[in-house]
Design a binder for this molecule. Structure first.
Ligand SMILES: Nc1ncnc2c1ncn2[C@@H]1O[C@H](COP(=O)(O)OP(=O)(O)OP(=O)(O)O)[C@@H](O)[C@H]1O
Ligand SMILES: *[C@@H]1O[C@H](CO)[C@@H](O)[C@H](O)[C@H]1NC(C)=O
Ligand SMILES: *[C@@H]1O[C@H](CO)[C@@H](O)[C@H](O)[C@H]1NC(C)=O
Ligand SMILES: *[C@@H]1O[C@H](CO)[C@@H](O)[C@H](O)[C@H]1NC(C)=O
Ligand SMILES: *[C@@H]1O[C@H](CO)[C@@H](O)[C@H](O)[C@H]1NC(C)=O
Ligand SMILES: *[C@@H]1O[C@H](CO)[C@@H](O)[C@H](O)[C@H]1NC(C)=O
Length: 492
């Protein structure tokens, strides 16, 4: 890791980058994960070419897939590419290929001479990475190794590079027996991730903080990303509904963006929770190399079917030969089956339950699209934030409590409840004191509660419910609601 980072972005590396970007374009919208078809493409064998050429062809194919992300308006001009017959060889002598290479050179030079350089100046690059000393393991997968590092300005970041021990590298090395070639091949996934992160900027996509390409001893790519923590589903299941709702809503906002992103509609082929990280309670997409941009092409309606283990869905094939809305549908159903079913309905406020059931229904059978789903989430958030979901809390509830201003109580007066914001105590979010009083009345151990300045993401207060008030401590910033008849003794 360290030696591959210790080479500054030299002109040689730039040349490599230019070479990397130099490729023939084809819009690879195949609904097949790259990894699944990487090396079982029988085409090369039937051509009878050597393994080396086969690897080269795989590499070129990756180039082609990548190029679409470097075209379009974001680069200030569009790149025209004439797609050759699919079964033609992809050799460098190919006329289309060399013209593309020239074009890409232009893209690159243009990018360097305009905005990209300014952006690069603010971003972390090889220079910053070189000065890093300590790395911590964060995670690894089929393709990538992710380490934690600290930038010179103190910002902790996630560093993604090719995982030499990953399935992708191992499989490639087995088939082609060329480690450096395989590094290059697998690096394309990372380069694609960088390209996608440059174009897809959203609060629920991890921020690309920079990147570094080096070329000695071989091609090495490092992406510098906003640091998150892995999404732990089991842990999340034990958090209060408000936090689980937040994760689901983050996802819905992300999918709303992806449905009509700068790259068109984007589909996340791999939708496992491990593709996401959590940053300050917000869900963010971190593994984006399995995304495809653009709708699937079709000839007939049958081409536009979505198959899931327990449900199939179909869309019409539009007149211009696209499965319009299919990416959105696929993402939304995956959100339903991987996230909503586990996180959304359980232990929600009872008055919000019917609305949540509605979301479960309409995403479970795809009767609503992402726009209506987002509206439904916003509606629920509004009802929750405004306290309107608390229809029948009687204000007389608070009359059962005495307010002691200027005191707090010892931590030992806690009891546990579930799901609490803290493991060792009963800390719950409340809209107001009335709601807190209602909660306290419903807990047999509860003798009162305190509310401090802390707020949850929706702006609600955190109330700490207490089983006793044996030791009151003077504190001007605190107040305690004590149930009438509860024994308490002040030490002051
Ligand atoms: N920004 C990040 N902050 C913290 N940890 C991260 C970040 N990005 C990824 N990780 C961790 O590293 C692991 C591997 O990253 P990533 O999913 O990008 O690799 P991958 O090889 O594509 O994995 P997979 O085989 O699951 O597709 C993730 O599961 C996650 O736990
Ligand atoms: C630190 O540097 C990175 C990249 O150079 C930048 O994105 C980030 O905003 C900086 N953070 C601070 C706190 O200056
Ligand atoms: C989905 O479609 C496939 C292929 O047509 C079929 O084999 C399968 O049984 C269907 N599954 C469901 C749940 O309908
Ligand atoms: C959701 O579907 C179930 C079963 O089909 C139905 O009983 C329920 O009324 C539906 N709820 C909503 C809010 O549509
Ligand atoms: C969803 O909303 C976006 C804007 O927020 C809009 O561009 C798009 O057309 C809407 N989609 C549908 C299917 O209504
Ligand atoms: C709320 O109040 C209405 C009318 O006052 C009553 O009919 C209803 O049963 C109450 N609901 C609950 C949950 O107490």
């Amino acid at each position: 890791m360290q030696h591959s980072l210790s080479i500054a972005l030299s002109s040689a590396a730039l040349l490599i980058l230019v070479f990397l970007l130099a490729a023939k374009v084809s819009m690879d919208n195949g609904y097949v994960r790259f990894g699944e078809r990487d090396f079982n493409n029988g085409k090369f064998n039937s051509f009878g070419v050597s393994q080396r050429n086969a690897l080269l062809s795989e590499i070129k194919e990756r180039h082609r897939g990548l190029l679409q992300y470097y075209t379009g308006s974001a680069w200030g001009f569009s790149l025209k590419y004439r797609k050759g017959p699919a079964d033609r060889g992809l050799g460098l002598e190919d006329d289309t290929f060399s013209r593309t290479l020239e074009k890409i050179d232009e893209v690159h030079v243009k990018a360097l001479s305009t905005g990209a350089v300014r952006a690069a100046a603010a971003a972390a690059g090889c220079e910053e990475l070189r000065s890093m000393r300590h790395f911590e393991f964060l995670g690894s997968g089929y393709t990538k190794l992710v380490l934690k590092g600290v930038l010179p300005n103190g910002t902790a970041v996630a560093l993604k590079s090719v995982n030499p021990q990953g399935v992708d590298m191992k499989r490639c090395a087995e088939v082609f027996g060329d480690v450096e070639g395989c590094f290059r091949l697998v690096s394309y996934k990372l380069i694609k991730e960088i390209a996608l992160l440059q174009r897809l900027q959203h609060p629920n996509v991890v921020k690309l903080q920079g990147h570094c390409f080096t070329s000695d001893p071989g091609l090495r790519v490092t992406a510098v990303l906003e640091l998150g923590s892995p999404l732990e589903m089991i842990q999340l299941l034990q958090t209060p509904w408000e936090e689980r709702f937040r994760v689901c809503m983050s996802l819905v906002k992300l999918l709303h963006y992806l449905a009509s992103s700068p790259l068109g509609s984007v589909c996340l082929l791999d939708f496992q929770p491990r593709q996401f990280v959590v940053v300050d309670g917000e869900l963010k997409l971190s593994d984006i190399d399995d995304a495809v941009a653009g709708e699937l092409s079709c000839r007939e309606d049958r081409d536009c079917t979505l198959q899931f283990p327990t449900r199939n869905f179909s869309s019409p094939c539009s007149a211009d030969g696209q499965c319009r809305g299919l990416n959105e549908k696929r993402n939304l159903y995956n959100a339903f089956r991987y996230f909503f079913t586990y996180l959304l309905p359980h232990r929600a406020p009872p008055t919000l339950q019917p609305l949540l059931d509605g979301i479960m229904n309409s995403t479970g059978d795809l009767s609503s699209g992402i726009n209506r789903t987002l509206e439904a989430f916003q509606e629920i958030l509004h009802l929750y934030k405004s306290g309107q979901y608390l229809q029948n809390v009687s204000s007389s509830l608070l009359k059962d409590y005495v307010l002691l201003k200027g005191f707090r109580t010892k931590e030992s007066n806690n009891y546990k409840c579930w799901p609490s914001y803290k493991q060792q105590s009963c800390l719950l979010s409340v809209h107001d004191m009335k709601e807190a009083a209602g909660i306290c009345n419903s807990h047999s151990q509860c003798q009162g509660f305190t509310v401090d300045q802390q707020r949850t993401w929706t702006g609600r207060s955190l109330a700490s419910f207490r089983s006793g008030f044996s030791d009151l401590i003077p504190d001007v910033n605190s107040a305690i609601y004590v149930k009438k008849g509860a024994g308490f003794r002040a030490t002051a």
